[in-house]
Design a protein around this ligand. Structure first.
Ligand code: NAD
Ligand code: TYD
Length: 348
């Protein structure tokens, strides 16, 4: 099997690439990544000399290059993760999100379609998406696979568009696809623009912890390796033309999560109890901030037997340990453009 994984040098993609390279030595894995600010080959240095691993630097927006790549390798499967992924950046630069997440996805779909000449026997296109396409929840209820789409940020709207396009290709060209919509991930190698790694880095450096609004927003957190396991199950055992929700059954209000993180960090850094909490600073809210996300992952559990393997406390503790043990990785990713991004986003 020649398997293309797009966005494999990013946070989730690197965990997916690692899992497939190590667990499926008879597959040739091709990691296609443009190495944007979020892509980092350091994330894969432990597996990059494996014989079944191939890295290709390239942009999913470059259609001639993408066509040639598909003609050359005749991929049997595609797991498509490449995307612009951060809501705050989508608020400042929505067009980048439309370009990569919508047009880039259509480029990959078109290349897959043309190189198979509409005969998809034994082939599969797997589109990795987010729960944010469903919009926002009130106090009760969960997102199921039947929840109508109601995206509310440019990021969510671009992912919703790409999901619709994948389904449209499935119906129109009989292309075999699966889609998964996952809740918020956390774990090793996450870029420190998202809540958990940003706050870990700020606590290490005694910087303020910028909580948007009153912190009374809820997210459903999943350890990234459990997401990679779910993707493995769905890629191999999921039914064509089906969607699977993936979530941690693990809802946290932002402020409670930040307080837990502060207390774990105080213990691990040997700092006085309560010292990291003093860094919490409430800042102006994110525009259009979605109140609550929570996933009903029972379909994935019942049909494919997947369940999260790690509790939140354990996953968070492992994640903090990793960041503390990999300060060089952190220093490298927060140099350069990150400084400019941070100033623009948080200096008001
Ligand atoms: P990320 O930002 O860490 O990584 C994205 C990767 O895509 C990077 O390596 C980047 O270099 C690459 N990329 C971006 N534009 C590209 C282009 N034009 N051509 C080729 N490569 C390009 O993102 P992530 O958090 O790992 O998310 C991966 C996927 O999972 C995304 O599709 C995202 O929507 C989805 N997702 C993320 C979460 C989450 O909590 N992070 C949750 C659910 C779904
Ligand atoms: P984030 O990690 O950006 O993921 P998403 O927007 O995809 O859910 O944010 C998670 C939650 O944390 C979200 O409610 C916004 C909030 N947040 C802050 O309060 N401060 C911050 O600096 C960031 C990045 C996020």
């Amino acid at each position: 099997m020649n398997l293309l994984i797009t966005g494999g040098a990013g946070f989730i993609g690197s965990h997916v690439v690692r899992r497939f390279v190590l667990n499926y030595p008879n597959y040739q894995i091709f990691n296609l990544d443009a190495l944007t600010y979020a892509g980092n080959l350091e994330n894969l240095k432990d597996i990059d000399s494996k014989e079944n691993y191939n890295f290709i630097k390239g942009d999913i927006n470059d259609m001639p290059f993408i066509s040639e790549l598909f003609q050359e390798h005749q991929f049997d499967g595609v797991i498509h993760l490449a995307a612009e992924s951060h809501v705050d950046r989508s608020i400042s630069d929505p067009l980048d999100f439309v370009q990569t997440n919508v047009v880039g996805t259509v480029n990959i779909l078109n290349a897959f379609k043309s190189c198979n000449e509409n005969n998809f026997e034994g082939k599969r296109f797997y589109h990795v998406s987010t729960d944010e396409v469903y919009g926002t929840l009130g106090k009760d209820g969960l997102f199921t696979e039947q929840t109508p789409y109601d995206p509310r940020s440019p990021y969510a709207a671009s992912k919703a568009s790409s999901d619709h396009l994948v389904r449209a290709y499935g119906e129109t060209y009989d292309m075999p696809y699966v889609i998964s919509n996952c809740s918020n991930n956390y774990g090793e190698y996450q870029f420190p623009e998202k809540l958990i790694p940003l706050f870990i880095n700020n606590i290490i450096n005694n910087r303020s912890l910028p909580v948007y609004g009153d912190g009374d927003y809820t997210r459903d957190w999943l350890y990234v390796k459990d997401h990679a396991i779910a993707i493995d199950h769905i890629f191999h055992k999921g039914k064509n033309h089906e969607t699977y929700n993936i979530g941690g059954f693990n809802e946290w209000k932002n402020l409670d999560l930040v307080k837990l993180l502060c207390s774990l960090m105080d213990q691990k850094l040997g700092r006085a109890k309560g010292s990291s909490e003093k860094l919490i600073t409430f800042i102006e809210d994110r525009p259009g901030h979605d109140k609550r996300y929570a996933i009903d992952a029972s379909k994935l559990n019942k049909e494919l037997g997947w369940t999260p393997s790690v509790t939140f406390e354990k996953g968070l503790s492992k994640t903090i340990d990793w960041f503390l043990e990999n300060k060089k990785w952190l220093e490298n990713v927060i140099s350069g453009d990150y400084v400019e991004y941070y100033q623009k986003q948080y200096t008001q």
